[in-house]
Design a binder for this molecule. Structure first.
Ligand SMILES: [Zn+2]
Length: 563
């Protein structure tokens, strides 16, 4: 008799426990989600983008105010210092200003020509030296300048470029041909980014690297190259003062390139076509380049802000939320408003870190894995703070489940969709799909993947380290106004406020869509924190090999990877 009644009561106990734990899990999440509010978010955005923050330039008074505020808020919320005893990670930087009087001289085939800095070429060096030059350096056309084993592609094969100057096409063969079978078709791969081309040229021992500018494959006109490459250039330093980089890295205009190919007796258009086909071989141009850059060098320092919520069960595994706190500071040469407040870009993302931290603290039971909140510096100068963190990780990359980047939140109201920049790259896509479906929204791939947006914000240095990195952006299908309305708003912002002093906080912003996005990103981080598996890159992406190698190393020697 007793036995007969034991079974059902045991089932009831189990059922009650299951129901109880489900509801408590739900309640646990709900109070955390509800703590993410537009009111809190806008308060912090207003502070971060106020004139008192002076445009948040790295290594300025604005930096001191900004990082002190972030430390104070992270502390107040209840996070621990994220770098040992400190909330800061020091990021050594160097500011190099090249003398704009520099001339590029090309000699060969009985001709000599000089090109002017600014309108005909732009050049800089990452080497921390007062003088950096090319001296009659032989020029070699290396096509797209790509070595990509996964695409079975090597533009440097059988050609020695040591001490030489390589001339390189921008973007990649997939974009050039629009052939979906080549690279990633129309979507830019990292091999198409100019940053990659300079890195590869240096690895090959080239002394100089010049990229030929063309507006369509570069995704911006020459004016953008000219403006962003002139004046003081912030860079990271390294132990060798970047001496392993090329002596000269630069761009030439299409007009300059046309002249070069013409006197070299080469047909530029034909070579461009053959460079986009497998089996292309580099071509010595029979020309020599000379150029001297006289640099003014200033060493300085900025800081990433990093805070930690330790996990309850697997504290040595991490999920990183990040956003860049920096912007362009003050330009005293401007008439009228001189402060680049950077309210949307990226006071919104930075304030979101505080909101998400607060939400995770609100959870009744803390997440199993640790959550890291990382506000990085120097994004606007070339992903410097995130690049520094990726090269000097505080938490082992192989123990970092994923990184989630926020750069400019939605200020236009609720959307029926959410954009994943770099959709198709990693298993993070599925996390977004699930969280978006719970909100009745759908996922939209980046509508302009040829612009290479995936390579242009702070998640990218993490991707290069193999860490699955998620970067979402505004959806465009507005709940009330539809797609055209949102696109017009975005275009208006890009034309009038993007990277301008008028990117200011407006109390009339509709942050309801941003709040939905933050709740979605919270859910993704929460799900990652409860899992024991690690997401990965998808087959065929340029980041998978690094991740696989890291995961294999951890399996073989786990003790090496515990902090
Ligand atoms: Zn930004």
């Amino acid at each position: 008799m007793i036995k007969k009644y034991l079974l059902p009561s045991a089932i009831i106990v189990v059922l009650v426990l299951v129901i109880f734990s489900c509801t408590s899990e739900k309640l646990n999440l709900e109070s955390a989600l509800e703590s993410i509010t537009a009111e809190d978010l806008s308060k912090d955005v207003a502070i971060l983008s106020s004139d008192e923050s002076e445009g948040r330039a790295p290594a300025s008074k604005g930096e001191e105010k900004t990082i002190a505020f972030l430390k104070q808020e992270f502390e107040k919320v209840g996070l621990k210092p994220g770098n040992g005893e400190s909330y800061f990670q020091e990021v050594p930087m160097v500011v190099i200003t090249a003398d704009p009087q520099a001339k590029l001289e090309i000699k060969g085939k009985g001709k000599v020509a000089q090109f002017a800095y600014g309108n005909e070429f732009m050049a800089t060096t990452l080497r921390v030296v007062e003088k950096s030059s090319l001296d009659n350096s032989e020029m070699v056309f290396v096509g797209y300048g790509i070595i990509a084993p996964e695409y079975n592609w090597n533009d440097y094969e059988g050609i020695d470029v040591h001490g030489k100057t390589v001339v390189i096409l921008v973007n990649d063969p997939g974009f050039a041909t629009k052939d979906p079978e080549l690279f990633n078709g129309r979507a830019m791969t990292y091999y198409g980014r100019w940053t990659y081309k300079f890195e590869e040229a240096a690895r090959q021992g080239a002394e100089g690297a010049l990229i030929i500018h063309e507006t369509e494959p570069a995704a911006y006109p020459w004016a953008v190259v000219k403006n962003s490459w002139s004046g003081p250039q912030f860079n990271l330093t390294s132990e060798d003062d970047n001496l392993s980089r090329c002596a000269v890295e630069g761009w030439i205009t299409l007009e300059t390139a046309s002249w070069l190919f013409e006197i070299a007796g080469l047909n530029y258009d034909e070579l461009k076509l053959s460079a986009a086909k497998p089996g292309f071989k580099g071509i010595p141009m029979g020309l020599k380049s000379s150029l001297t850059l006289n640099n003014t060098i200033k060493r300085t320092e900025s800081r990433n802000v990093v805070a930690l919520l330790p996990g309850s069960e697997r504290a040595d595994e991490y999920i990183i939320y990040m956003a860049h706190w920096d912007h362009f500071g003050i330009d005293p040469t401007l008439e009228g408003d001189q402060i680049f407040n950077g309210a949307l870009d990226n006071a919104t993302g930075t304030a979101a870190l505080i909101e998400l931290a607060e939400a995770f603290i609100k959870l009744e039971s803390p997440p199993s894995r640790s959550i890291v909140f990382l506000a990085v510096t120097g994004e606007e100068q070339g992903l410097l703070g995130s690049g520094y963190y990726a090269a000097h990780p505080i938490y082992p990359p192989a123990k970092t489940a994923a990184a989630i980047n926020m750069d400019a939140l939605n200020i236009y109201g609720k959307m029926k969709d959410i954009t994943v920049i770099g959709y198709g790259n990693s298993e993070m896509d599925e996390y977004v799909e699930e969280a978006a479906a719970e909100q009745g929204r759908r996922v939209r791939p980046d509508p302009t993947p040829e612009r290479g947006s995936f390579y242009r914000s702070d998640h990218f240095p993490f991707a290069k380290q193999g860490i699955p990195a998620l970067y979402t952006s505004f959806g465009i299908d507005h709940v009330e106004h539809g797609e055209k309305w949102t696109q017009a708003k975005l275009e208006e912002y890009l034309a009038n406020h993007y990277h301008k002093p008028s990117d200011e906080y407006d109390p009339n912003w509709d942050l309801s869509g941003a709040i939905e996005d933050l709740r979605l990103l919270f859910k993704i981080g929460y799900r990652l924190s409860t899992e024991s598996t690690f997401p990965n890159w998808k087959e065929g992406t340029e980041f998978k090999a690094k991740r696989d190698a890291d995961m294999k190393a951890v399996k073989e020697k786990p003790e090496n990877h515990t902090p």
